[in-house]
Design a protein around this ligand. Structure first.
Ligand code: X8Z
Ligand code: ZN
Length: 634
């Protein structure tokens, strides 16, 4: 994620609107805002007439924005520092410090948003007007005005985050024993085991961490919604959907439009994966026309499926594309993986990461304390104090995630001189898409150059192998990326009631992903809580958008790099021309509406899944052939 919009976000905490590595904030005028009543001081004149309130001057608006910038910088930095300390050493004391800091910034921002209203319609320079606008969408967790409730919300948010970070399953009678497992253990089993029952144990085991979150989450929703109403939104979901330079309703339609563009491709991939898993586990376990059990897809949340690639390699006689072995053989350690990823960014002419990044980041899971292992990227002081926090594994998946995280850091690095409200992505999907865009250029040829793959082949069969591996990561994710916030939008709006939390979750998982719970679930479970972004309150539509945008960015940067030939063969490594375009977009931060930023890099103002479909053209051909005699869908 991006750095904390307010520090919290980062760590995943996301209370206020920080921009942490895992997610920046939002922008755009809320629909509800128009209805908001503005409190103005009304003074009757002698004859009883009520004069129109004096319109604030341009100078007052400029001064207000300047003051907000200074104050937010101070509060968000304090929050961010506390959040970093907590994320890298989860203790009750550190949690209390985060809650206290976030309470303060929540209080300030709530008031500042209300104060900003009196400048509605003011005439001022574009930067001032943009900041006035961004302020109104600058939090992912608005707090109630009542100080007791605000405190409760800050503490609840921090508690949920800690519960996730310290989640344990298995036999924890002795928490130090090997029988007591953590998230990493569950991920390891799900990604490597072929044993149906062992997979199921890990899948169910991890989900035992979340039922205790349920009452807290329910209260969190109530309090967050109260805060949202206080600043003129119907609920938290509407506030989130207001961050895209369009109305919340238009944003919903935009998400749906993009999903419809890619849905047929997902259905094809699902169909083929289901057939292959049916061959592996038996059609009694994976029915030919039904849903895929969620624990068989190689990922604890079934969100990305590259770990089942080995079960479905199209052409096994082609050279291996498994980089994990290469990383081990070339004796890569965590530091070398990060250095190599940085090398990709500098090859484009971007600056190296600051020295402090190397001193202050956390790359390795410490064994003397609890840390929030979910990867994130930070600019703790909004002043190029860049860091990542990640429990790096030496494998391809984490090599890609490191690029993802550094994408956030490079965004921060290129806009940190701007006002804090501009220190965000053009929208949050941009922030999530930068590192992924570069990772699309981590091609077999590049890896071969780096000594991480011993052999590359240009045989069309080798291309299909690579396309399938990519598709299992990129295409498989799409419905997951969409449904997380469809669930939360429903929860925040009240359409999904607390006694339907789990059922509604599985309804969406079934409908969009064609993935089913492997054992019966009920309202005694709280499966959403076992996914980081729910307890951390990090909005998720950003990742869906990033999956689509990264192919748009990739195509545009490949054009800038002078690439010729099919899109999937392009690597922008070493292209300063591509780097210049990317830099121009990064340096804008959130200072302009996102279509302006998209135009700078891609020459269009519209998000479009076309480049993603183009990239996967060879795979589409392969999948339709494979699925010829199958009935796809569920
Ligand atoms: O949370 C992340 C990043 C940090 S912003 C590691 N991602 C999503 C997830 O893990 O669920 C990246 C892809 C989707
Ligand atoms: Zn991210």
């Amino acid at each position: 994620m991006p750095r904390l919009a307010s520090p919290l976000v980062l760590a995943g905490l996301a209370s206020s609107l920080l921009v942490v590595g895992c997610g920046p904030k939002k922008r755009a005028e809320p629909e509800a805002e128009a209805k908001q009543e503005v409190e103005v001081e009304v003074v009757e004149t002698k004859d009883g007439a009520i004069p129109a309130p004096a319109k604030p001057s341009t100078e007052e608006a400029v001064a207000f924005v300047k003051e907000v910038d200074a104050k937010l910088r101070e509060l968000w930095t304090a929050e961010s520092k506390a959040a970093w300390t907590h994320a890298t050493d989860i203790t009750d004391e550190h949690a209390a410090a985060v809650a206290a800091a976030s309470e303060q910034s929540m209080a300030y921002i709530g008031q500042a948003i209300k104060d900003a209203r009196k400048f509605d319609g003011v005439e001022a320079d574009p930067d001032t007007l943009r900041q006035l606008h961004l302020l109104k969408v600058a939090t992912t967790l608005p707090a109630p005005t009542d100080p007791a409730k605000r405190k409760e919300l800050a503490e609840t948010a921090t508690k949920l985050d800690s519960m996730y970070g310290t989640g344990k399953w298995g036999d924890c009678t002795d928490p130090e024993s090997d029988a007591c497992k953590n998230m990493g253990d569950a991920m390891e089993i799900i990604s490597t085991s072929d044993d149906y029952d062992e997979l199921l144990t890990a899948w169910e085991g991890w989900r035992t961490i979340s039922p205790p979150m349920r009452p807290l989450y329910q209260r969190f929703v109530e309090l967050g919604n109260e805060g949202a109403r206080d600043i003129g939104y119907r609920d938290v979901g509407e506030l989130w959907r207001s961050g895209y330079d369009m109305s919340p309703a238009e944003f919903e339609a935009e998400m749906e439009r993009l999903w419809q563009q890619v849905k047929p491709l997902y259905t094809q991939l699902h169909c083929h994966a289901r057939a292959k898993l049916g061959e592996k586990f038996g059609v009694d376990k994976v029915p030919a026309e039904g849903m895929i059990p969620a624990h068989l897809l190689g990922n604890l949340w079934a969100q990305e499926w590259p770990n089942i690639y080995d079960d479905m390699i199209p052409y096994p006689d082609q050279p291996s594309i498994d980089v994990t072995k290469g990383l081990e053989q070339a004796k890569y350690d965590e530091l070398k993986m990060v250095k190599t990823a940085e090398g990709f960014f500098t090859s484009l002419g971007l600056d190296p990461l600051p020295e402090t990044f190397w001193q202050r980041s956390l790359f390795v899971k410490p064994d003397d304390r609890e840390v929030q292992c979910h990867a994130s990227a930070w600019d703790v002081g909004y002043n190029n104090d860049l860091r990542i926090k990640m429990c790096i594994k030496i494998d391809m998946e984490d090599f890609v995630t490191i690029h993802h995280e550094l994408g956030h850091n490079y965004y921060y690095m290129n806009y940190y001189t701007k006002p804090v409200l501009f220190q965000s992505g053009a929208h949050d999907g941009f922030h999530e898409g930068i590192g992924d865009t570069l990772a699309l250029s981590v091609t077999p040829a590049y890896l071969n150059n780096m000594g991480l793959l011993s052999e590359v082949s240009e045989d069309p069969k080798a291309v299909i192998n690579k396309q399938l591996a990519d598709g299992l990561e990129k295409i498989a994710f799409l419905p997951f990326g969409l449904l997380i916030d469809r669930w939360r939008w429903g929860v925040f709006s009240g359409e999904i009631k607390p006694d339907e939390y789990n059922a509604a979750w599985w309804k969406l998982r079934n409908e969009y992903q064609g993935v089913a719970a492997p054992v019966e679930r009920s309202e005694a479970n709280f499966d959403p809580g076992a996914k980081y972004h729910i307890p951390a309150n990090t909005p998720y539509s950003r990742y869906f958008l990033a999956r689509i945008l990264q192919f748009q960015f990739h195509k545009a940067l490949c054009d800038a790099a002078g690439h010729e030939g099919p899109l999937h063969t392009c690597s922008i490594y070493g292209s300063e021309e591509a780097g210049k375009k990317l830099h121009a977009m990064l340096a804008m931060g959130a200072s302009k509406p996102w279509p302006d930023a998209l135009e700078v890099v891609a020459g269009t103002r519209k998000m479009d899944a076309g480049p993603m479909l183009e990239y996967f053209e060879p795979l589409q051909g392969y999948l339709s052939e494979q699925n010829q005699d199958r009935r796809c869908g569920w």
